[in-house]
Write a protein of this length. Structure first.
Length: 318
């Protein structure tokens, strides 16, 4: 198992903090005044839960909570914590930006390491990331706090995926999806992570897996429209494997071609039609939205495949 020196993480954090420490003396500029000094929503810690139920600009007028789609609750949470520490003093707000930049730089190191780079190269790459002047605006500008929070959770989600991919730890895969969700609470940019995940499955040294599985890996990260698109593609790929499934079934039940064909075609399509009718009846009683929530749990039936015997063991027992 590959390891890296823990002091590398301390060095990266120190480099990031030292590089942008001069921003602590900066004042509020441009949008900072409106979003912080003139924002009554950040002046009470008890309002933090409400940040997740309204738009960021809800403090501007009575229509903003319902009309604005600017949903970044973690930005409100960060500003609320900064206000609790120093009121309208800019220093705590800048300190939070520097903190998340340092954390994102550490996460960049972990991503580089999981991609197969040596600890030294990972350290050099993360140090370049931590000190690069392209980050000056994001770190020094208080209104750019969501970029830094999103960047940290984006990189950690990527690291968790790579870690699960390299170490076969399935719980880290789900952790990665949850980290992406948290990143979305900071900025919409996190929605691009599924595409990066898919591309990384083709990186040198990555496990050679079928296309359908590569697309399936993107599902936990996808929103509703993307899920519909991905499941359609996955369904077409699975449908193309139908003849192979049929042949495999006939090997399990030799000499019963008619029964196998009838089960796969007749029963499958028949159950689909009956299920559609039953769901329609159920929707009349409990509502369409409740049916959608119920159907969202149906993929959990796939967990039953855990109890199926392995094909290699079945073949060996014959």
């Amino acid at each position: 198992m590959r390891r890296f020196p823990l002091w590398h993480l301390a060095v990266i954090a120190a480099i990031a903090i030292i590089t942008f420490a001069n921003s602590l003396s900066g004042e509020f500029v441009w949008d900072d005044l409106v979003q912080t000094a003139h924002n009554p929503n950040i002046r009470d810690l008890s309002r933090i839960p409400k940040a997740f139920t309204e738009s960021f600009w809800s403090f501007t007028d009575s229509y903003a909570p319902t009309q604005s789609n600017f949903y970044r609750p973690l930005q409100t949470v960060a500003y609320t914590l900064a206000y609790a520490l120093g009121g309208i003093d800019p220093a705590p707000y800048h300190a939070i930006n520097i903190l998340f930049h340092a954390l994102a730089s550490i996460a960049a190191y972990l991503v580089a390491f999981e991609l197969g780079f040596t600890p030294l190269l990972s350290l050099l790459g993360a140090a370049l990331f931590a000190t690069h002047p392209i980050h000056t605006e994001a770190v020094s500008w208080i209104a750019a706090t969501p970029e830094l929070i999103c960047g940290f959770f984006y990189f950690t989600a990527l690291w968790a995926f790579l870690k699960s991919n390299n170490g076969d730890q399935r719980k880290l895969w789900l952790t990665s999806a949850l980290l992406m969700l948290v990143g979305l609470f900071a900025k919409e940019m996190a929605i691009t992570l599924p595409v990066i995940i898919f591309l990384l499955t083709y990186r040198p040294g990555a496990p050679n897996i079928p296309l359908a599985r590569r697309i399936t890996l993107m599902l936990p990260y996808a929103n509703l429209p993307m899920t519909a698109l991905l499941t359609t593609i996955i369904g077409m790929i699975m449908a193309s494997a139908f003849p192979a499934i049929l042949v495999y079934a006939m090997e399990l039940m030799p000499g019963k071609v008619g029964m196998v064909a009838g089960m796969f075609y007749g029963v499958s399509f028949g159950l689909g039609a009956l299920s559609a009718a039953l769901l329609g009846v159920l929707a009349d009683h409990i509502g369409l939205e409740a049916v959608y929530r119920l159907c969202a749990l149906l993929p959990m039936i796939g967990l039953l495949t855990w109890f199926l015997p392995e094909a290699s063991k079945v073949s060996a027992s014959r």
